[in-house]
Design a protein around this ligand. Structure first.
Ligand SMILES: CC(C)(COP(=O)(O)OP(=O)(O)OC[C@H]1O[C@@H](n2cnc3c(N)ncnc32)[C@H](O)[C@@H]1OP(=O)(O)O)[C@@H](O)C(=O)NCCC(=O)NCCS
Length: 329
C-alpha cells in the first residue's frame, strides 16, 4: 500500500443528538413491533428524533462546534469541511455549505459525500488524503443524518434508525501515529437493497410519488445482514494485513452500528473479543453517517482512549459501500 506523505490524526471530536426520545415501547403504539424483539435482534432500546424545524445541518452544526472546541480550534482554522449524509437539508446546495455558513468557517472548501452508512469512513479517508498530500492542514469531517424524516412510522422497519450527528477534526501528525490504513469498497450491484427512491431525478416530488410512499426508505433487511457479515470481516482483515497488525493488537473497534447481531457475528469471525467492540446503539439506534463519530466522541470524552491505542473503524452501507480503517490514537 502507498505510504502517506504526511500522517494524519484526529485532534478533536464532538456530537449532538436531538432531545426527543422514541423508545421501542412508544413504537409499539405506532406499528407492529415489540420492545423485546427489537432489543434482542437489533440491540436498540430507543432512538432520538429531530424536531420539524431541525434539518440535518442543525445537528451537524452542533456536533461541529463541539468538535472544534474539543480540538481547541476556531471555525476560521478549518480548510476543508466534508459532510457525510444521506438526508441532506436540500438537494442543493450541499449540507456542507450550509454548515460552513452556520459556523462561519469561510476559509474552508465544503462539500457533501454520499456513501450512506459508510459515509463518515469514506469522508475521513477523503479528508485524510488532502492533509496527507499537504493540500490542506485541517479538516472538519461530519456525519449527520435525520432518518426520522424518511421513515414511515406505521411500518415495522421504523425501528432501525435514529437521528444524530458526530464530527472529528483532522490534522497532520508525526510519523507512526494517526491513520495507518484505509480500505474502501463499492459494489453497485447491491444498489436497491437500501434505497430512498423519492425526491431525486428518477422520482421527483409529485403528488403521485408522495402518495406511493417514495419519500420513505426501502430496505431488504436479510440482504443487509448477509452482506455485512461477509464484507466487514474482509475489509478488516485487509487493513490488518496492510499494517502488519494482528487482531490481538486492536484495543477498540468503533464500528458503524446497523444491528448488534451484525457486530457480534463480525467480531466472532475476525476473532475480536466483543468487549473490545464499542457500541451505543441501545440509546441511538442506527444514525447512519452519525454512528461512528457519535460513538467515537462518547469513547473519547469518557477518557478511555489513550495516545497510542490501536482503534479499528469499519462500516457497511447502501450502495453497497463498505470499508475499514486503523488509527493509532
Ligand atoms: C431485520 C432482521 C433482523 C430480520 O431478519 P429476516 O428474517 O430477514 O426478516 P423478516 O422481515 O423476514 O422477518 C422475520 C421475522 O422477524 C420478526 N420481525 C421482523 N421485523 C420485526 C420488527 N420490526 N418488529 C418485530 N418483529 C419483527 C417477525 O416475526 C418476522 O416474521 P413475519 O415476517 O412472519 O412477521 C435481519 O434481516 C437484519 O438484522 N438485517 C440487518 C438490517 C440492518 O441492519 N439494517 C440497517 C442498516 S441499512
Amino acid at each position: 500500500m502507498k505510504q502517506l506523505v504526511r500522517n494524519v490524526r484526529i485532534i478533536g471530536t464532538g456530537s449532538y443528538t436531538p432531545d426527543t426520545v422514541y423508545t421501542n415501547k412508544h413504537l409499539e403504539t405506532l406499528c407492529s413491533t415489540t420492545d423485546e424483539w427489537v432489543y434482542q435482534n437489533l440491540g436498540i432500546r430507543e432512538r432520538r428524533v429531530a424536531g420539524p424545524d431541525q434539518p440535518t445541518s442543525d445537528l451537524a452544526t452542533q456536533a461541529a462546534l463541539r468538535a472544534l472546541e474539543n480540538a481547541g480550534l476556531k471555525p476560521e482554522d478549518i480548510d476543508l469541511i466534508i459532510v457525510a449524509t444521506a438526508t441532506p437539508d436540500r438537494l442543493a446546495p450541499s449540507t456542507a455549505c450550509i454548515v460552513q455558513d452556520k459556523i462561519g468557517a469561510y476559509n474552508s472548501v465544503a462539500f457533501d459525500l454520499a456513501a450512506v452508512c459508510s459515509g463518515f469512513l469514506f469522508s475521513v479517508s477523503t479528508a485524510a488524503q488532502f492533509i496527507a498530500t499537504g493540500i490542506y492542514n485541517t479538516a472538519l469531517v461530519i456525519g449527520s443524518d435525520t432518518f426520522s424524516k424518511i421513515i414511515d412510522w406505521s411500518r415495522r422497519d421504523c425501528v432501525f434508525f435514529g437521528d444524530g450527528a458526530g464530527a472529528a477534526v483532522l490534522t497532520h501528525a508525526d510519523d507512526g501515529e494517526g491513520f495507518l490504513a484505509f480500505r474502501l469498497y463499492s459494489d453497485g450491484r447491491g444498489k436497491w437493497n437500501f434505497t430512498i427512491p423519492g425526491g431525486g431525478s428518477e422520482f421527483p416530488m409529485s403528488q403521485e410519488n408522495v402518495a406511493s410512499g417514495k419519500r420513505y426508505f426501502q430496505m431488504v433487511g436479510r440482504a443487509v445482514y448477509e452482506t455485512a457479515i461477509k464484507v466487514l470481516p474482509m475489509a478488516i482483515n485487509q487493513v490488518l494485513a496492510d499494517t502488519g497488525l494482528r487482531i490481538e493488537d486492536v484495543d477498540y473497534m468503533i464500528p458503524h452500528q446497523p444491528s448488534i447481531q451484525i457486530l457480534k457475528d463480525t467480531a466472532s469471525i475476525i476473532g475480536l473479543p466483543f468487549d473490545k467492540v464499542k457500541t451505543n446503539m441501545d440509546k441511538y439506534a442506527n444514525t447512519s453517517g452519525g454512528t461512528i463519530p457519535i460513538l467515537l466522541d462518547e469513547v473519547n470524552r469518557s477518557g478511555q482512549l489513550k495516545r497510542g491505542d490501536v482503534v479499528l473503524f469499519a462500516a457497511v452501507g447502501s450502495g453497497w459501500t463498505w470499508g475499514a480503517s486503523i488509527i493509532k490514537w
